[in-house]
Ligand binder design. Structure first.
Ligand SMILES: [Zn+2]
Length: 440
C-alpha cells in the first residue's frame, strides 16, 4: 500500500496518534511511528465470534489492527443472523470463526484474520503467548475463568518481582440483554476475573417451595410446569425439548392456567421459551456499545495514546443510557493472581469428602463445577475423587462418604484441586476446627 493511501485511509487515527493532548499517557510520544507499530506489529486474539465477536473484529479491522486471530468452536445458526452481521443465510452450519475471518479479510484490505474453529481449552501456552493482548466476547463464565487462569500462568516472576514483559492484557466484554460491562485486566497487576468472582451470581433458581405454594411471578408458574407438572404428566413421552414448538405450547398453556389461578400477569409465549431454554435475549445495540468500548481500550493499550479504563465499566441501556466506571480491587488471597495459598475452613471434624466437594462448588468465591481432588497422604500422592474419568470415578466414589480424617487429611494438609474453571491445579490448605485437630 502506497504512502499517500496510508495517509488518507488513517487520517482520523493519525489525528490521535500524531498529536499530543490532555488525556495522553505520560509515556506517549506523538509520532507517525505509532500508527506503523499498530498496523505492522500489534497481534490481537479475539475470543468468541458471536454477537460481540463480530462487532469486535469489524471495529479492530477498521481501527488499523491487522494481525488478528479469532477463536470460536460454534457454528452459525439461523437465530444468530439478526445481530451477528458477518454471517449470511448461506453460512448456516459453517464455523463462526472461519466465516467471520473470511468476511473481514475480503472486506478490509490488508487485514489478516486467522480463524481457529475450536475450544480455547485445546490451545497451548505457546499459542496464547504470541499475542500482545486478548479480547473476550464470551457468554460463558467458565471459559472466561479458564482464560484468566491461562494468562496468569504465563506470568514470569523473578525474585518475587513480576516481569512486565510477560503480562498479556485481557479486555473482557460481557452483555446480558440491555446490560453490559467492560473491564481491562492486567494480569498480576490489576484485579482479575477470580478476584471478583462474586460478581457472577450462580444461575438463578427459584426455591421449590415458592414454585409449588406461593408463586408471585410468571417465571414461577413456568418453572412449576417445567419441574413438577411435566415429569408427572409426561405429555410427549420424552424430556422437554426447548426447540420443539409443541412442547413449548404445552408448557405455555399449563403455565397460563396456573398464572390465572394465582392472578399473575405477564406470561407470554416468549417468556416461556426464555425460561425453558434458560436464555436472556441478546440485544444488538448493547453488543455494539460494549464491543466499541473494548476496541477503544485495545487501541489505547496498543498505542499508549490515552490512559486505560480503570478498571470496570458498566452499561445499562434498558431505560435511556446509563453508564459509569469504577475501580474494583484485587483480592489479597485470590486463587488465580495472588501468590498466597488459600485456606479452606472445615466446619467440623466429621466433614465428609462429599461435603468438601459441595463446599468447593457452592462457595461464591470458588464456584467450581466438578472438582477433582488429590493430596499427598503419608508421602504418597493419592487421588481422592475425580468425576471426569469414569474408571477413576468408580474407584474413588466410596471416598465421598468417608470423613476427611478417615481419608488421612489433617489440619494444614494441602489438597490439589483441578477443575474446568482453570487450566492450573489449585492448592488449598485445609483448616480444621482447633479443638478437634488437637486430638489427631
Ligand atoms: Zn485475582
Amino acid at each position: 500500500m502506497n504512502f499517500d493511501h496510508m495517509q488518507r485511509r488513517w487520517s482520523s487515527l493519525r489525528k490521535v496518534l500524531e498529536r499530543s493532548g490532555p488525556f495522553c499517557r505520560p509515556d506517549f510520544e506523538p509520532s507517525p511511528e505509532n500508527l506503523q507499530m499498530l498496523v505492522d506489529h500489534c497481534k490481537v486474539l479475539v475470543v468468541g465470534a458471536g454477537g460481540l465477536g463480530c462487532e469486535l473484529l469489524k471495529n479492530l479491522a477498521l481501527m488499523g489492527f491487522r494481525h488478528l486471530h479469532v477463536i470460536d468452536m460454534d457454528t452459525i445458526e439461523l437465530s444468530n443472523l439478526n445481530r451477528q452481521f458477518l454471517f449470511r443465510h448461506k453460512d448456516i452450519g459453517s464455523y463462526k470463526a472461519e466465516v467471520a475471518a473470511k468476511y473481514i479479510n475480503t472486506r478490509v484490505p490488508g487485514c489478516n484474520v486467522v480463524p481457529h474453529n475450536c475450544e480455547i481449552q485445546t490451545k497451548s501456552e505457546a499459542f496464547f503467548q504470541q499475542f500482545h493482548m486478548v479480547i473476550c466476547g464470551l457468554d460463558s463464565i467458565v471459559a472466561r475463568r479458564w482464560l484468566n487462569g491461562m494468562l496468569m500462568s504465563l506470568l514470569v516472576y523473578e525474585n518475587g518481582e513480576l516481569d512486565q514483559a510477560s503480562v498479556i492484557p485481557m479486555i473482557d466484554g460481557g452483555t446480558e440483554g440491555f446490560k453490559g460491562n467492560v473491564r481491562v485486566i492486567l494480569p498480576g497487576m490489576s484485579p482479575c476475573i477470580e478476584c471478583t468472582l462474586d460478581f457472577y451470581p450462580p444461575q438463578v433458581t427459584y426455591p421449590l417451595c415458592t414454585i409449588a405454594n406461593t408463586p408471585r411471578l410468571p417465571e414461577h408458574c413456568i418453572e412449576y410446569v417445567k419441574v413438577i407438572q411435566w415429569p408427572k404428566e409426561n405429555p410427549f413421552d420424552c424430556a422437554i425439548d426447548g426447540d420443539d414448538p409443541q412442547h413449548i405450547n404445552w408448557i405455555y398453556e399449563k403455565s397460563n392456567d396456573r398464572a390465572a389461578q394465582f392472578g399473575i400477569q405477564g406470561l407470554t409465549y416468549r417468556l416461556v421459551q426464555g425460561v425453558v431454554k434458560n436464555i436472556i435475549p441478546a440485544v444488538a445495540s448493547t453488543n455494539a456499545v460494549i464491543a466499541a468500548a473494548c476496541a477503544t481500550e485495545a487501541f489505547k493499550l496498543a498505542t499508549s495514546c490515552s490512559a486505560s479504563l480503570n478498571n470496570y465499566m458498566v452499561l445499562n441501556d434498558l431505560d435511556g443510557v446509563y453508564t459509569y466506571t469504577f475501580e474494583v480491587e484485587r483480592k489479597v488471597n485470590c486463587l488465580a493472581c495472588s501468590q498466597v495459598p488459600r485456606e479452606i475452613e472445615i466446619e467440623d471434624s466429621k466433614y465428609k469428602l462429599q461435603n468438601l466437594i459441595d463446599l468447593l462448588c457452592e462457595r461464591p468465591d470458588l464456584q467450581m463445577k466438578s472438582p477433582a481432588i488429590t493430596a499427598i497422604i503419608n508421602g504418597k500422592c493419592k487421588t481422592l475423587y475425580m468425576q471426569m474419568v469414569a474408571s477413576i470415578e468408580e474407584k474413588t466414589r466410596e471416598n465421598l462418604s468417608k470423613t476427611l480424617i478417615e481419608l488421612g487429611l489433617k489440619d494444614g494438609t494441602e489438597i490439589n484441586v483441578a477443575d474446568i474453571t482453570t487450566p492450573n491445579t489449585i492448592t488449598l490448605k485445609l483448616k480444621f476446627p482447633q479443638d478437634n485437630s488437637a486430638s489427631q
